[in-house]
Design a binder for this molecule. Sequence first.
Ligand SMILES: *Cc1c(COP(=O)(O)O)cnc(C)c1O
Length: 341
Amino acid sequence: MEKKNLEWGNLGFEYHVTDMRYVSDYKDGKWDEGRLTADATIPMSECAGIMQYCQQVFEGLKAYTTKDGHINTFRPDLNADRIRESAMRIEMPPFPKEQFLAAVDEVVKANYAWIPPYGTGATFYIRPFEYASTNVIGVKPAAGYQFRIFGTPVGPYFKGGAKPITLCVSDFDRAAPNGTGMVKAGLNYAMSLHANVLAHSQGYDENMFLDPATHTYVEETGGANFLFVTKDGEIVTPKSASILPSVTRRSLVYVAEHMLGMKVTQRAIPFSELKDMAECGVCGTAAVICPVGKVVDHGKEICFPSGMEKMGPVIQKLYDTLTGIQMGEIEGPEGWIHRVM
Ligand SMILES: *Cc1c(COP(=O)(O)O)cnc(C)c1O
């Protein structure tokens, strides 16, 4: 099959209407077998649970074309597990894991023409999501749900090299103590949008959110987990009940520990420790890992020794290893790479 005629290297992180998407409905207490459809729109009732009380959860993962022309996904089983956890926290029926995995493959295969070729730096971003599709006016979980997966080609996150970003410490919280910070739900993003727009308008790239109860420990940004490198060359990453468990962060931690022989500790990280760190990065599916050069706390700057020009050496090594595994150039741990075709 011919590939679409896109400028793969110049794509942004934007939605393209691709050929096919997957849909399954939950009705009378069970999920149907699902189907592919060319229809990219969702006609629904004005009173659907998603429209009124925001019952929605989602995932994000990517498909990669390898040098020898195969198409792989990276640890899709973890996304399948996580969307089930997310759904249960929002009182939605969890979508079956095997069906999730098969549906991701179907969407990848059906959109072969849209999957960026090897060497372009671009990838195919896959967005599974589930939402309440039937009417709810009194506050309660809906009776009916829809699960969908679409995909869109996205460009290389770093065009012309990974420049370190600047964060600002937010006065807002992205999560509440005992809230929904640990699940991937659209509602967490709705409540962080104002802080996002504010940070951008003040010239910052992202927010650093602190723990919602005491504002003394580092949590995460709006959509990526933190990794720090200490001056002794150890990796530390925040531990908190309100952080979203990033697949990228869990993978980088494993790579550091088991492939690069580094010491890794997951623990509560007081904000006051940041000034002693050698490197800082934020990680997620979109960028893998993005270096942070500076954190600004109400005008007070914390500048990491790795600087504002390039990734620090440890974060670079982690980035190269994980992207090498994802692109099929480095042998990864067993079960991480799923060959779709
Ligand atoms: C999705 C997400 C991440 C990154 O998770 P990955 O699985 O690595 O893509 C981090 N934080 C939040 C809040 C997220 O929603």
